[in-house]
Design a protein around this ligand. Structure first.
Ligand code: FES
Ligand SMILES: [Fe+2]
Length: 382
């Protein structure tokens, strides 16, 4: 993050705190409950958001060496990501070109070649079809060179591997992250590894789970026995960068900064900084580590979450420390997810046609504007 911006963000929060005021949008926001419950709406999001927008599917350090690979799911699509012998990253639809069997079922590993479990068509890490039993006799009109795995545009940037879910949809990650490049570079995720990871399925719409992290209105209530006491009551700010967002959720300790010289001010020591990178990536930046939340929507009312504690490589040996930290994060996030499931359970009860977002919950309004804009753009396209 640019230093001047960091100081400005702290100044803004200290001023709001001093005036006992909140960071307020102009108006109350509203979001239709059917947008969280309807299968049709989910199908639209699937087709026009999840199957169009690039996703951060892995850390670069997860496939460090030549021939390392991971298998990942983008909603509705199994993806194979490989590191070639030249060190480049490639992504493919994880489907054999013969009759479509999933080529790889292992979650991760290191392999020079991938052999289909059905009839043993075999592909290189570059995606080329390099072997197929009795090919010349059985597939006379066909060329192996035309039957490589279907490649997906992908790039390595800011420590992540980003994959487009559509073979024909290339993307410019720097343009997509415009305004956030200094923040993302400053996080140093390229040198980080996963210290701890939890994967869980929750009974809530993916948007409810995102919304649960970007307001501080609930902190003193829902988190009263965990992190609540350490955070300011209902104090948070947010900034949008195209479809992406940065939320700042200050701890009570930020108040002490008025006694310190400005040179010593460091935002992440006194606030949770949460990046929401549209659509499925969130990064919760804490003092000495980052929690990466990769959301994998499964249905209107079901979401798989991959929650990883990222730490700098040299620090990864402090196993017990990170286990403890990860457990605390999971306990706190579980409080949010249980509430999210509770909300999901009343969506079709008839109690509410709309969710209401108070003026201090403006980040939720902005997030839903982004979702709605992505859908309306998609539907007006010829
Ligand atoms: S489906 Fe893969 S080899 Fe037949
Ligand atoms: Fe929360």
């Amino acid at each position: 993050m640019e230093r001047q911006q960091e100081l400005n963000l702290i100044d803004e929060l200290l001023e709001l705190k001093a005036n006992k005021s909140f960071y307020l949008d102009e108006q109350v926001g509203r979001s239709a409950t059917r947008h969280y419950a309807s299968a049709d709406r989910y199908a639209e999001e699937q087709n026009h958001i999840f199957r169009r927008q690039p996703h951060a599917v892995a850390l670069s350090t997860e496939i460090n060496e030549a021939h390392d690979f991971v298998r990942r799911n983008i909603p509705g699509l199994s993806v194979l990501v490989t590191r070639t012998k030249d060190g480049a990253v490639r992504a493919f639809i994880n489907a054999c070109r013969h009759r479509g069997t999933r080529l790889v079922d292992d979650e991760a590993g290191c392999k020079r070649r991938f052999t289909c479990p059905y009839h043993a068509w075999t592909y290189s890490a570059e995606g080329d079809l390099i072997g197929a039993p009795h090919f010349d006799e059985g597939f006379t009109e066909l060329e192996k060179s035309q039957l490589g795995l279907v490649q997906l545009p992908c790039t390595e940037r800011y420590g992540f591997i980003w994959v487009s879910p559509h073979p024909d949809r290339a993307f410019d990650i720097d343009a997509m992250m415009a305004g956030l490049a200094p923040d993302l570079e400053g996080l140093g995720i390229g040198d980080m590894v996963i210290a701890e990871q939890t994967v869980m399925d929750r009974g809530a719409n993916w948007k409810i789970l995102v919304e649960g992290g970007i307001e501080a209105y609930h902190f003193k209530v829902a988190h009263r026995s965990t992190i609540g006491p350490y955070f300011e009551d209902n104090l948070s700010t947010y900034q949008t960068f195209g479809p992406n967002m940065r939320s700042i959720l200050p701890r009570v300790s930020m108040g002490e900064l008025s006694q310190e010289t400005r040179e010593k001010w460091r935002l992440r020591d006194h606030a949770n900084v949460l990046y929401t990178l549209f659509p499925t990536t969130q990064m919760l930046v804490q003092q000495d580590h980052i929690v990466w939340i990769r959301s994998e929507p499964l249905a209107a009312d079901r979401t798989r979450l991959h929650l990883s504690t990222l730490v700098v490589r040299e620090d990864a040996e402090r196993t017990e420390h990170w286990q403890r930290n990860h457990a605390i994060t999971m306990k706190t996030l579980d409080e949010d997810f249980v509430i999210g499931e509770s909300m999901q359970s009343t969506l079709t009860s008839g109690a509410n046609d709309e969710m209401l977002f108070g003026r201090f919950e403006g980040a939720l309004t902005a997030f839903n504007d982004t979702v709605n804009k992505a859908l309306s753009k998609a539907t007006t396209r010829p």
